[in-house]
Design a protein around this ligand. Sequence first.
Ligand code: ATP
Length: 351
Amino acid sequence: MGPCPGRDDIQFRLTAVAPSSAVSLQSVSRHFGAVRALDQIDLEVVEGEFFAMLGPSGSGKTTCLRLIAGFEQPTSGHVRIFGEAVEGVPPYRRNVNTVFQDYALFPHLNVRENVEFSLMLRKVDKPTRRREAEAALAMVKLADYGDRRPGQLSGGQRQRVALARAIVNKPKVLLLDEPLGALDLKLREQMQEELKALQRTLGITFVFVTHDQGEALSMADRVAVFNHGRLVQVGTPEEIYRRPNSRFVADFVGSSNVLGPDFVNGVTGERRWASLRPEAIHVIRAGEGISRLTGTVVARSFLGATIRLAIDMSGTMIHAVLPSADGAPSEGDRVTLGFPKDALHYLDDET
Ligand code: ATP
């Protein structure tokens, strides 16, 4: 008889298994009459992931989130949560919780009662309810605010109550629909960091909807980009930013320069569409270097740490972002552009 496996062996086997699928969409479509809100979506969210769904207004992100939550049903296709088909399963039986953009707090209940509410519906006894609510409030740094009403809180604090109310149910997947949309920029940046830290602490899967590309890139492990009800690219923030697969993604994620085949042909000899990040471009005054890429600065915006230039290159407008410490050419200056060869990224999809 061989030796019994020790605890280390078991531990090894447990950690060696591939991460499981938390949410899976297979060929999912949702049509509202003639409107194809979602069209043939295939998507896999891995357990423990911070997953962002990014796209312009009307691209279908919220519909996708509502399908996962159970507030919508697909016109066709399948939704699975942890491998289980959820067609016909109501939202409250899906092991997911949603944090809505408007928070949907009960104004007449205090913060603690808001957080306890869903536990009360599930007939959890009072001492347990209280304990769990206090723990959830501590998690979002609101331990001392239990007796306040939502109307007596700031926007950021109300947002945290909404989070506490969701995490108190210990969902395996937390769905967040533009949860930071109502906050001002400073608070939003602070909450982005807190939300990310909270996700790491809880270790649960977050699926996050936003139309703010900076928010998606800074917070998510992976980003899914939507356009016109279709999923156009899925990847890590770096992949999406550095290697967009289409003109749409290059332009929407990070405002890249999208260069047409004629222009690219003049630079590289290849007649293809390409993207070029504004921050990859060096700008020097014309005459200081040798390059065919010479143009005129037509606009200059001071952005604090950086300066953004719009440069007219014989009809093609190129944007460059320079560190403002360097000083920068002024409007009307003739300038020469340079960039590393690998900064020019060819686009496979010309849409
Ligand atoms: P936003 O960022 O503005 O919230 P979104 O990307 O979340 O946009 P959705 O709300 O999913 O977009 O909407 C996708 C499309 O489906 C839009 O054209 C929208 O008008 C349409 N739509 C969504 N819900 C319904 C509905 N209940 N009835 C009819 N059309 C709908």
